[in-house]
Design a protein around this ligand. Structure first.
Ligand SMILES: N[C@@H](CCC(=O)N[C@@H](CS)C(=O)NCC(=O)O)C(=O)O
Length: 226
């Protein structure tokens, strides 16, 4: 069985992506959580993850002695292992598009990622208002994401048809837009609703809300848990 090493569900956006893919496609896996330390450079996160991955980051997928340490490579591997299921869309053009937009997320949107760290249980609407006033690059990232989302083939559906790896890659944006209450279009809100109704994303969010660890260096706006 696959083993997926992840960190806290409230904070770890890269962990979320392959986890959603495994869940959404009902691929059996053992989940192993290595929690982030509550303060930087404390705790055992570093030594625990280093024992598995010399790159010292999560997520990590282990399959029968093979260790994979990158979210996109993990998803590619899962797609290859399960060719009967459409982890990437079956349609060749949608598949190519899904790969492009997943790669764009994997290597881009640093302004959104840096300014609006994932923090599912927090309500940072006031922070979001301030960021929206002050951060022009954040506007550009959100505008590009809204453009990508608006090009989905069916307004009631997912980014490239059925739920695929591409949706898993944008799932942390859905939670960030909620946490920071950034102003978005009706079409964007519709896609967010479609995603929030997906059982895999619901399961991740429910689990994140059960966590109580407050990781101060990831909670950059110093929001204490309620
Ligand atoms: N490119 C990597 C990024 C992985 C990554 O940055 N993971 C973060 C957690 S979301 C991490 O492990 N951070 C721990 C650290 O930097 O000490 C991927 O796609 O998997």
């Amino acid at each position: 069985m696959y083993q997926l090493y992840i960190a806290n569900k409230n904070y770890s956006s890269w962990s979320m992506r392959p986890w959603l893919v495994l869940k959404a496609f009902n691929l059996p896996f053992e989940e192993i959580i290595i929690p982030f330390p509550l303060e930087r450079n404390t705790g055992t996160f570093k030594q625990d993850i280093l024992a598995i991955n010399p790159n010292a980051k999560v997520p990590v997928l282990v399959d029968d002695g093979l260790m994979l340490w990158d979210s996109l490579a993990i998803c590619e591997y899962l797609a290859e292992q399960h060719p009967d299921q459409a982890l990437w869309p079956k349609d060749v053009k949608q598949r190519a598009r899904a790969r492009c937009i997943s790669a764009e997320m994997h290597s881009g949107f640093s302004s959104l990622r840096n300014a609006c760290g994932m923090n599912i249980r927090a309500n940072l609407a006031d922070v979001g208002k301030r960021l929206w006033r002050e951060n022009e690059e954040l506007h550009q990232d959100v505008a590009r994401i809204e453009q990508i989302w608006s090009e989905r083939p069916n307004m009631n559906g997912f980014l490239c048809g059925e739920f695929s790896i591409a949706d898993a890659f944008y799932a942390p944006v859905v939670t960030r837009l909620m946490t920071y209450a950034l102003p978005v279009s009706e079409s964007t809100r519709q896609y967010m609703q479609t995603m929030l109704q997906h059982s895999a994303l619901q399961a991740w969010i429910d689990a994140a809300l059960q966590e109580d660890a407050w990781v101060n260096y990831l909670d950059s706006y110093q929001q204490q848990p309620l």
